[in-house]
Design a protein around this ligand. Structure first.
Ligand code: FES
Length: 104
């Protein structure tokens, strides 16, 4: 049975520009998802960690929304630098990146 150490879900939901809810795609989440995918591959983590595109995770105003399982840690990831820090600290070293945690 396939098993991943971590699953990274990145919301890439897109809404029309005039939708008051906004969306993660308009804040650059598609590039964040591609970055995660490429970074995992570069680090030889393919098959151990997977970055999946997700639909709306119901945190639209806080996005770009990223959630990592099995820990169920929610992050706001605005830049590829943020994503790189999450891979380095959370995925590789098991640390929660406090500064990027999604605020309540
Ligand atoms: S559009 Fe990303 S959480 Fe709703």
């Amino acid at each position: 049975m396939p098993h991943f150490d971590h699953h990274i879900f990145v919301c890439i939901n897109r809404r029309p520009d005039d939708d008051p809810k906004g969306c993660c795609a308009a804040k650059g989440s598609e590039a964040i998802r591609v970055f995660f995918k490429n970074e995992l591959k570069r680090l030889g983590l393919k098959g151990k960690v997977r970055a999946n595109a997700a639909g709306c995770l119901d945190q639209c105003h806080r996005g770009p929304t990223v959630v990592i399982y099995p820990e169920a840690v929610w992050y706001q990831v605005k830049t590829t630098e943020d994503a790189a820090e999450i891979v380095n600290r959370h995925i590789l070293h098991g640390e929660i990146v406090e500064r990027l945690l999604m605020k309540d």
